[in-house]
Design a protein. Structure first.
Length: 275
């Protein structure tokens, strides 16, 4: 009995640091979030997705602060740029990292579109920067120069292209010690084989965690903010069957609209202090 009590006490001591590990606190106020979420510079089709993407809760989970230097990896049409650039423009720095336009016609069009978006609205995007990277040998700035790196629904593309390991290592390099890596992506069923399902756009949580840990990160938190239990993850056209893509067109469109956007994992990693 005495041994059991001692063992329990030791377990309590060992567990204490983990239990006391505090999540980063976002210092962006509710009023500031409300202002950008209602901003008339946002594309209507982007605002319409707020109910699926939960931007305020997601950015709060990642510990967003207005003074951060933050790099968003492959921001696409700038869905999160519309929120992050205005929130960081006064005290921080928003950086959009896009694939080198020379890599493909798609990359060129994506980069040009984002640059035009920023140039057309200097009030909200005047301080935003765009940097270009090669996915095979990625670099995102000077080592230890960023407070946060965020990426939304991109890891599955890097896995398909066999670029994921290099990308996570580059995130680690550019982040300051103690910096945050935030990842959102389509979540596969537990136990799913990456090779069996990677063409579907879904990825197992443990696979992404391993990518990050292999690069040197520590898993600091998981959230169900972007979960969708209606998503059965078994569609012939993968995740792109669901909105907003609707790859099957009008076939069963109402059914897929009722499911909504994909079930998504939301993970927060940190670069350990002193690294």
């Amino acid at each position: 009995m005495k041994f059991a009590l001692i063992a329990c006490s030791l377990l309590g001591v060992l567990a204490a640091p983990l239990a006391m590990a505090a999540a980063p606190v976002s210092t962006v106020t509710d009023a500031q979030f409300a202002e950008v979420l209602k901003g008339d510079w946002r594309a209507p089709q982007n605002s319409a997705r707020d109910g699926y993407r939960h931007p305020q809760q997601t950015l709060q989970f990642f510990g967003l602060r207005p003074e951060q230097t933050l790099i968003e990896i492959t921001p696409g049409n700038g869905w999160y740029s519309e929120l992050l650039a205005p929130l960081l423009k006064d005290r921080g720095q928003y950086i959009a990292a896009v694939v080198d336009p020379a890599a493909s016609d798609y990359a060129r069009k994506a980069a040009d579109s984002l640059k035009q978006k920023f140039a057309a609205d200097p009030v909200h995007y005047g301080k935003a920067q765009v940097i270009e990277y090669d996915p095979q040998t990625p670099a995102f700035g000077k080592p230890a120069s960023a407070d946060a790196v965020l990426t939304f629904r991109n890891v599955h593309n890097w896995v398909l292209a066999d670029d994921a390991s290099a990308m996570f290592k580059a995130f680690y390099t550019v982040l300051k010690p103690g910096g945050t890596l935030g990842v959102v992506d389509h979540r596969a069923k537990d136990g799913a084989s990456v090779e069996a399902i990677k063409q579907s756009g879904y990825l197992p949580t443990d696979y992404i965690v391993k990518l990050a840990k292999d690069a040197g990160f520590e898993l600091a938190g998981q959230s169900e903010i972007n979960a969708n239990p209606k998503d059965t993850k078994d569609y012939a056209q993968g995740v792109w069957t669901l909105p907003p893509t609707f790859r099957l067109g009008d076939q069963d469109r109402a059914k897929y609209a009722a499911i909504g956007e994909s079930d998504r994992l939301t993970l927060r990693f940190i670069k350990p202090a002193g690294h």
